[in-house]
Design a protein around this ligand. Structure first.
Ligand code: PRP
Length: 179
């Protein structure tokens, strides 16, 4: 059975929106120090790699890995740090770069965790926002696309580890996704 139901966003649409987000973020840069883009492994890597190249100004990159889903399509709600940042963020302007916000639990945890390290500012940029699925509120500064509650893969997003390298965003058939 073909797992893919439809294409949600083609590569041109994604690229255009990423360019717009990069321009918006560029306007907000302080200018006195580099922005630190913190991408959340593994899903945000492809988005982050494209986004930072659309930002005009100094940008540094660091990475953090957290786990909440495992191979399942349903969030367990529990968040663990699997890989921490390499550098201190004290006094830095931080931009958290996520691929998708679903329940909001991952970002709530990340915000609390990173705010405790005393950055000068902290903002959130997500490519996708499944607003209907939100369980906890998080202040999101930049949103690429608000999307319906469907199982989305591609452009970094996965199902059981697969599809991350697909250049488009795809919706999988509900019956193909085992909870
Ligand atoms: C996805 C996504 C977010 C999180 C969002 O990660 O990258 O980090 O789920 O869900 P939430 O809003 O319900 O917390 P996933 O666990 O699939 O891992 P990945 O980053 O390796 O793709």
């Amino acid at each position: 059975m073909d797992e893919v139901e439809r294409v949600l966003l083609r590569r041109e649409a994604i690229a255009k929106r990423v360019q717009e987000l990069g321009a918006e973020i560029s306007e907000s840069l302080s200018g006195d120090q580099p922005l630190l883009a913190v991408s959340i492994l593994r899903g945000a890597v492809i988005f982050a790699a494209d986004l930072v190249r659309e930002i005009q100004g100094m940008v540094e990159m660091d990475f953090m890995a957290v786990s909440s889903y495992g191979d399942s399509s349903v969030s367990s709600g529990a968040v663990r740090v699997l890989k921490d940042l390499d550098e201190s963020i004290e006094g830095r302007d931080v931009l958290i770069v996520e691929d998708i916000i679903d329940t909001g639990r991952t970002l709530k945890f990340l915000l609390q965790n990173l705010k405790a390290r005393k950055p000068r500012s902290i903002q959130i940029c997500t490519l996708l926002d499944k607003v209907d699925r939100r369980e906890v509120e998080v202040p999101v500064d930049y949103v690429g696309f608000r999307i319906p509650d469907a199982f989305v893969v591609g452009y970094g997003l996965h199902y059981a580890g697969r599809y991350r390298n697909h250049p488009e965003l795809l919706v999988l058939r509900a019956e193909a996704v085992t909870p």
